[in-house]
Design a protein around this ligand. Structure first.
Ligand code: F6R
Length: 606
């Protein structure tokens, strides 16, 4: 999604703005721009495509202002061309915006009738004209911005600077996150603390409805009623985290390889490994009395939730309702008494997941969120946070956050199972021991990466790829297909293996690779039968299994040998081969692995 930065600096800020934008690159974008106040005048540079285009423009035509705003845009209204890139500006005000102004048509009509001429197809431009309209009425900048904010509806984060005001910036948050950074005689605004990490580690997160007046001397925050409020200043850990690729070619590769370590950290947070017990934070509800678990999330996080459903039902013997958040939020699903609702989100800012959370909260559910960003909105609105300790995930395609989400959900299933008497002390020990082996097994799997490189050479020629799995391997098949399509742009679908003959088998011929996720468990024989149906129709089978190839009973194009492990942890282990398949295929295809086209890291609009 769009990223915002703002700096009131002691020296020219263009270079630092670009540096901050680079740290927001991971969110996904299609154009970028910055504007500064220089000798009282506003000036801007914008460019379509990557940040290097903006940098080139700046090196040919530098900006010298000490007050500036910057933006990376992920198009919602209007094509990703320079004309629609932010900052939007006229002679009096410049604005950057993340989110959607829902009433922009109405405002645009009103402002156009007053003679305002619109230059772009964006919803953001209405903010520019609205503020200008109030300035034209003689209001000072802060007042004009306040009046304009009152008229806006939708989800947005905004940054504004004004001609003739070299020591003033306004930020506003209604929905998407916005942080204020505090420096020595300098102040900052940013979509997240990572953007501000090189400049300051002291940040204040604005709350929903807040707006802030920044000067180099400090920040005055107001809530949605206009009241002055104090929000805590916290030390951000973002600057302590190394946000670079190390020796890896892509962030995604680095993040795939970090999994043994970050899963280890995450598990250590929920397990007493020596005692063989789960040590779970108080959920504030009697786990034995929970009547139903409702899970809601989007994309990869939803697939983590789907694995969670298999675990919770099988091990904790509790019914689970799960849906993608964009559907759940409008389904008006009846909620049970004593229900626990779980929201899974790497960013903690996904608009649909947040809306589902609010629906469940209003419906009296106990709210727990499995999030990677602890300062996020979803985290803050939950009764309990179940953090994943994946560290910043920069690659747009989620990898380590997914397996850390699985780790937390596995521990939760054991905790609820124990409370309900479905998991006894011995079984708890056995499951905990199995979990502690995950990092070791993953290290083994990651050692055979060269196999995936060779597989990718043939796979990249495919037009369609199918992924099959049963039981908890079904969500892994879905995740494998999602990963492949989002970074290699090859069409891929995941199916429950048993569903194959109800339709998708019509697609099989010798040109269709079929990736079969099949740990040797109680469902293995069933999956093998489905695999043979594929083989009989000429499909090219890539089997991911701990079973030996002879057990497949049919010709395999590739066999990816997995280590033998407890069936409980299979989803955690089999997630990694499907990531490696997608990653290496994308590398062979030469796509932009870390920032695939059209995708954004943190989806703050619905
Ligand atoms: C896919 C991917 C997305 C996210 C989804 C939810 O690789 O990353 O499908 O999982 O957009 O995002 P979060 O987890 O931030 O709520």
């Amino acid at each position: 999604m769009c990223g915002i930065v703002g700096i009131l600096g002691a020296k020219p800020v263009a270079g630092d703005l670009v540096d901050a934008l680079r740290r927001l690159e991971y969110r996904g974008y299609d154009s970028a721009g910055i504007a500064t106040v220089e000798n009282g005048h506003l000036d801007r540079r914008r460019a379509e495509g990557k940040l290097k285009n903006l940098e080139l423009r700046l090196s040919n035509h530098p900006l010298q202002g000490r007050a500036g705003i910057g933006h990376t845009r992920w198009a919602t209204h209007g094509r990703p061309v320079e004309r629609n890139a932010h900052p939007h500006m006229n002679g009096r005000v410049a604005v950057v915006h993340n989110g959607i102004i829902e009433n922009f048509q109405e405002l645009k009509g009103e402002l156009a009738a007053k003679g305002h001429e619109f230059q772009t197809e964006t919803d953001t431009e209405t903010v520019l004209h609205l503020v200008t309209d109030y300035l034209d009425q003689g209001l000072p900048p802060v007042e004009a911005a306040r009046m304009a904010l009152e008229r806006l509806s939708g989800a947005f984060a905004l940054g504004l600077i004004f001609a003739g005001h070299d020591n003033l910036m306004i930020g506003a948050r209604q929905g998407p996150p916005l942080a204020v950074g505090h420096g020595e005689g300098e102040m900052y605004l940013g979509s997240d603390a990572i953007a501000l990490a090189p400049f300051t580690d002291m940040v204040t997160y604005l709350e929903d409805g807040d707006w802030v007046v920044l000067t180099r001397e400090g920040a005055e925050i107001h809530d949605m009623t206009g009241r002055r409020v104090e929000r805590p200043m916290v030390k951000s850990i973002a600057s302590a985290l190394l946000v670079d690729k190390g020796n890896y070619r892509h962030f995604m590769a680095k993040e795939i390889h970090e999994q043994p370590e970050v899963i280890g950290h995450t598990l250590a947070n929920y397990l007493d490994m020596a005692a063989g017990k789960v040590v779970f934070p108080e959920l504030g509800a009697d786990l034995a009395k929970i009547s139903r678990v409702t899970i809601s999330a989007c994309g990869t996080a939803h697939y983590a939730g789907l694995v969670g459903k298999y675990w919770l039902e099988r091990y904790a013997r509790i019914p689970v309702e799960i849906d993608i958040a964009s559907e759940f939020r409008y389904r008006e699903s009846p909620l049970p008494e004593d229900g626990l609702a779980i929201f899974v989100s790497q960013s903690g800012e996904t608009a649909d997941t947040l809306a589902s959370l609010r629906y469940c909260k209003a419906g009296g559910q106990r709210i727990a969120s499995v999030v990677n960003v602890r300062s996020s909105t979803i985290a803050r609105e939950s009764h309990v946070i179940l953090p994943t300790l994946a560290g910043p995930e920069i690659g747009v395609a989620s990898t380590k956050a997914f397996t850390c989400q699985l780790s937390v959900l596995a521990c939760l299933a054991i905790a609820i199972g124990r409370a309900r008497g479905a998991v006894g002390a011995d079984q708890e020990k056995e499951l905990v021991r199995a979990l502690t082996e995950v990092p070791r097994h993953l290290t083994t799997i990651l050692r055979s990466e060269s196999l995936y490189e060779s597989l990718a050479v043939s796979l990249h020629k495919a037009k369609d790829v199918l992924y099959l799995g049963r039981g908890p391997s079904y969500p892994i098949a879905l995740e494998g297909a999602l990963k492949l399509k989002e970074i290699s742009y090859i069409h891929a679908e995941g199916y429950a293996a048993g569903e194959l003959k109800h339709g998708p088998i019509a697609l099989i011929d010798e040109n269709v690779p079929v990736v079969v996720v099949a740990p040797e468990n109680d469902l293995f024989e069933k999956t093998v039968s489905n695999m043979q149906e594929v083989a009989a129709r000429g499909g090219q089978i890539i089997l991911i299994s701990d079973a030996t190839p002879d057990k497949a009973g049919c010709k395999l194009q590739t066999h990816l040998q997995m280590p033998h492990a407890h069936p409980f942890i299979s989803p955690l282990l089999y997630a990694v081969p499907v990531q490696l398949i997608a990653y290496h295929t994308a590398v062979v295809m030469g796509t932009d692995v870390d920032q695939p086209r059209n995708l954004a890291k943190s989806v703050t609009v619905e």
